[in-house]
Design a binder for this molecule. Structure first.
Ligand code: TYD
Ligand code: MG
Length: 451
């Protein structure tokens, strides 16, 4: 009898080593090696039909299946998937615990008019029913299966013949082909490979919910992300109601798209007009608030930047930022100090993007700068002004991409004035009804806003 072969695997990246190591040479994580039984030969083949039926085909001879993409009723999910759900695709959904991954998937299962098989290894039938009632069941064709054994899940899937298969979560599945525990690198890899084979052969789109590690990556081997067609990240601040669905990989569409949801008492509500809720409409003008027109993917919306500048209580001034890169904030403060003569060196600066949203669009720079200046001078920015420009290291106001869309969004929401960069090639301000102020230096912006 042959001896069972074991090896040590890094639980965060899947690196294999014949002996235990304290630090992984591949991903540098500590104490992540676990001994696992090596897979039986041949079990990890990702996607192949029986070796004899696959033959090379000329591309011109491949007939395209007419109904490649099915549009979903959930517009936000459609958008991030690139216009609909592609048949036979494998989609991985990751996100922090409690962010709403199970809710999003169950909602897809019970609200779309499709035959869905929802497999849960995390909750009991009762718990799922309770959640479904909370969301409101519209689809009676939804099958629920609470099972963690991969082979029986595949048998049930072949019997039910669903139009969509959902697995909550990939880390709870185990295959009897492999002896290591559920959630280990080899189990996750093997289960994903089998589900990949299932979805490609049966053309059933499959969603996998994946846990994430403490640095925000999908737990399990890195190959997981290579195997699947699309990786969606569900993110947001748990203390706020807004959730963003982003694509970090998509074989069938752009990765720039985002979907926005609001977590309500009865499930996740798609947000179609983000600007209207991300900006607070108050009659009182407050200092330290500036509105920026930003773009995520191809979608423009307005966000509210809030800054608080106060004399440093302790020797070293504090700089803290939520939703905006702290290094970029420090850079903007240095530009204000050095190029524009504002003395902020002995001030605490706090910055926040309202609604718990994170932005990394440089086009919000000018609004950040103006929010800081407004709080520093304790002068509110008059209502009806929005900003869309980047600030350079010499204090110059730089143009941003898709300025037309940004202006159109601001105009649509009834703002009176937008401040953008001077140097935009081929830009014609007379196309818009809104008052467009083009500036090249921060001093000009200050003049345009406060006088
Ligand atoms: P869940 O989908 O269980 O998160 P995940 O699967 O990502 O771990 O989401 C749980 C959170 O969502 C929980 O804190 C309660 C909240 N929630 C609502 O606010 N409204 C609802 O209708 C539902 C179903 C959940
Ligand atoms: Mg869950």
């Amino acid at each position: 009898m042959s001896k069972t072969k074991t090896a040590f695997f890094c639980q965060s990246c899947g690196y294999e080593s014949p002996k235990w190591m304290g630090k992984c040479p591949s991903c540098s994580s500590w104490n992540s090696f676990v001994e696992e039984i090596k897979q039986k030969k041949g079990s990890a083949a990702p996607f192949s039909k029986n070796s004899t039926d696959a033959k090379p085909v000329v591309l011109g001879d491949i007939s395209r299946n007419e109904k490649q993409k099915n549009e979903l009723q959930d517009k936000e999910l459609n958008r991030v998937l690139g216009g609909g759900i592609v048949v036979g695709s494998l989609i991985l959904v990751g996100g922090d615990p409690g962010i709403g991954k199970s809710t999003l998937m169950l909602q897809l299962a019970i609200k779309e008019n499709l035959k869905v098989l929802y497999v849960s290894g995390e909750e009991s039938e009762n718990q799922i029913k309770m959640r479904a009632e909370r969301i409101g069941i519209l689809n009676e064709h939804c099958h629920i299966l609470t099972e963690t054994n991969l082979e029986s899940i595949l048998i049930h899937a072949n019997n039910v013949q669903p139009e969509i298969l959902i697995i909550d979560s990939i880390q709870t599945l185990h295959s009897s082909q492999i002896e290591s525990a559920a959630g280990s690198v080899s189990q996750v890899r093997e289960c994903t490979a089998s589900l990949l084979r299932y979805s490609k052969e049966s053309d059933v789109p499959t969603f996998l919910i994946g846990h994430i590690t403490k640095d925000g990556g999908i737990a399990g081997p890195k190959v997981l992300e290579h195997m699947v067609d699309t990786v969606l990240q569900f993110e947001g601040d748990r203390n706020y109601v807004y959730r963003l669905l982003r694509t970090s990989k998509n074989r069938f569409g752009s990765t720039n798209e985002i979907g926005i949801y609001e977590m309500s008492g009865s499930g996740l509500r798609p947000v179609e007009n983000p600007s209207e809720i991300l900006v607070t409409n108050t009659d009182v003008e407050l200092s330290g608030i500036a509105i920026s027109s930003t773009i995520e993917g191809v979608r423009p919306f307005l966000i509210e930047i809030q800054a608080l500048v106060s004399s440093a209580a302790y020797g070293t001034p504090q700089r803290s930022s939520t939703g905006f890169d702290a290094k970029r904030l420090n850079m903007l403060l240095a530009v204000l100090e050095k190029r524009c003569g504002f003395k902020l060196g002995a001030k605490d600066v706090f910055l926040n993007i309202a609604g718990g949203i994170k932005v990394d669009d440089p086009g919000v720079d000018l609004a950040v700068t103006m929010a800081v200046l407004s709080s520093n001078a304790n002068l509110p920015i008059p209502a009806g002004i929005a900003f869309a420009a980047e600030v350079g290291l010499s204090g110059e106001i730089r143009p941003v991409n898709r300025v037309d869309q940004r202006i159109a969004e601001v105009e649509k929401l009834g703002y009176k004035k937008i401040i953008i960069s001077q140097n935009i090639k081929g830009f014609d301000a007379s196309n818009y009804k809104i008052d467009i102020v083009q500036c090249s230096k921060i001093d000009q912006v200050v003049k345009a806003v406060f006088s």
